[in-house]
Design a protein around this ligand. Sequence first.
Ligand code: FES
Length: 227
Amino acid sequence: MSVLRYLLDRSWNGDIFLIYGCHNPDDIIFREELDYLQRRHPNLQVVITVSQDGETVWPGPHGRITKELITETVSDLPSRYIHICGPVPMMEATKQLLAELGVSQERIKTEAFGPALGKEERLPKAAQARTPEGSSSERAGLPTVTFIDSNKAGSLPPDKVVLDVAEELGVDIDYSCRSGICGVCRVKLLSGEVSMAVEDGLQPGDKENHIILACQASATSDISVKA
Ligand code: FES
């Protein structure tokens, strides 16, 4: 967004394309400003794709950012400069798509959307090395997280969060940043208490409604969540 504002504030007259993927229409940030900028600057084209509809049906594209969406939106792609911002797995996937579309790496800049400097980036469990500490015998006595809708439960060690355990058990919880910022992993806490290192992704009223961020929630006693 800051790049966009910078270019438009300086009346840069080249083509600018913003392809923005988010969870549902209610999660679109800067939506009014993007509408306004697009009306005001004919050289700006904004395409927003959503994973699923929210309270209203999204009239635009659905699903992740794909090769088709990129090539339909951006003409003469290999000659463009590209700035990618988002969670690390999303940026890596997009870089791969762009390479397959003939964009050279020198034309791609990335901006990490993740934890503050010094905090470990949480990657999906599949991308992390397995360690022997996860054996069930060593987990005895740890708090348990129960996923009520999925009828599954697992230990919640102090170094893990609810989203980690959900992934281990095959419980489907959407996520994006894994850093407590985007709010995509919001789930309802049905019993127990959790602590969260980062809560930026919560919306007003969430706490009162017992909504937590699965990517941040850890617990010292048994909890259950709706997932
Ligand atoms: S995945 Fe973004 S806040 Fe949890």
